[in-house]
Design a binder for this molecule. Structure first.
Ligand SMILES: NC(=O)c1ccc[n+]([C@@H]2O[C@H](COP(=O)([O-])OP(=O)(O)OC[C@H]3O[C@@H](n4cnc5c(N)ncnc54)[C@H](OP(=O)(O)O)[C@@H]3O)[C@@H](O)[C@H]2O)c1
Length: 261
């Protein structure tokens, strides 16, 4: 069994750890600068330490799940543990390129990038994966790990910033839309708890429909010519709904690019 160490027990690292621990198929370790954040993982049989270097020495694969601006320091700290070994490192950080990670580690280190999303915490995540040449042999292992928390695809690194904008940040856009729908329902007089239940059910149900058919098909099934949905579409499009989505994804892609280096 491969030893998998996760650095950063936050929203992504922590939820990944809990689900991997539940599956029982991995030898797991974790480090974080907040020791109080590690107790929860001790209880589910995960090895814990506050030393990133110690965790890297123990691990066959290290998954770095700290904020993008903390990645360089973590790589530098771990670097000696990679010397003369075939350990691999996978980063889930937005924007941080494989080239910038390779610079901090011994030559020839296997480096992978993963862009997951927070839906991994309920086992319904989406993730894309890529690797440098040395990291290609570890791709199946990393894909298997993220398959434990959702769907996984391989994607060229040049598209990672766009994917970060699309599905990495995606749950927040859906939450924004859900909140707007709930508020709109309340504005029309529907009790808040009823509006919330209707909206959550509609989003969940539509997600299932969209797995079976295209967005256009779903739209056409709902939209009777001259009906209520058609009236809503005209108003939403006039208000720039679709253009706002394009602008948002473009802004997030640019922001991910600017985090690189
Ligand atoms: N959250 C998402 O939806 C999402 C989606 C896709 C990708 N990502 C990527 O995933 C990464 C982690 O995001 P997150 O939202 O999980 O962050 P998070 O909740 O802040 O978790 C990161 C954890 O690592 C700790 N940490 C900071 N520096 C460290 C160090 N040097 N050594 C060990 N631990 C350290 C943090 O402590 P402090 O809080 O004190 O910094 C925190 O406990 C980011 O790079 C992000 O781009 C996140």
């Amino acid at each position: 069994m491969k030893k998998v160490g996760i650095i950063g027990a936050g929203k992504i690292g922590g939820s990944l750890l809990l689900r991997l621990a539940e599956s029982g198929g991995f030898d797991l370790g974790v480090s974080d600068i907040h020791p109080e954040q590690l107790r929860l993982f001790e209880d589910v049989g995960v090895r814990t330490t506050s030393s990133n270097r110690e965790l890297a020495e123990w691990s066959d694969l290290v998954i770095v799940a700290v904020k993008p601006w903390d990645v360089a320091e973590v790589m530098q700290e771990m670097s000696p543990a990679f010397d003369g070994t075939d350990k691999a490192v996978a980063s889930v950080a937005a924007g941080v390129t494989i080239t910038s990670i390779v610079e901090k580690l011994p030559e020839g280190t296997a480096v992978l990038r993963v862009m997951p999303n927070v839906c991994a915490s309920v086992g319904l995540g989406s993730a894309v994966v890529t690797a440098n040449e040395a990291g290609r042999a570890t791709l199946p292992v990393v894909m298997d790990i993220f398959r434990h928390v959702g769907d996984v695809l391989e994607l060229p690194e040049r598209l990672f910033d766009a994917a970060t904008a699309l599905h990495g940040s995606g749950p927040a856009y859906v939450a924004l839309f859900a909140d707007a729908l709930v508020q709109a329902g309340v504005r029309e007089g529907i009790p808040r708890d009823v509006a919330r239940r209707l909206v959550v059910g509609t989003i969940g149900g539509t997600a299932v429909l969209l797995k079976e058919r295209s967005a256009h098909q779903v739209r056409d099934e709902v939209m009777t010519p001259g009906g209520t949905t058609a009236a809503a579409f005209v108003a939403m499009e006039k208000a720039g709904f679709v253009a706002a989505v394009y602008d948002g994804i473009e802004a997030a892609t640019e922001r991910a690019r600017s985090l690189g280096g």
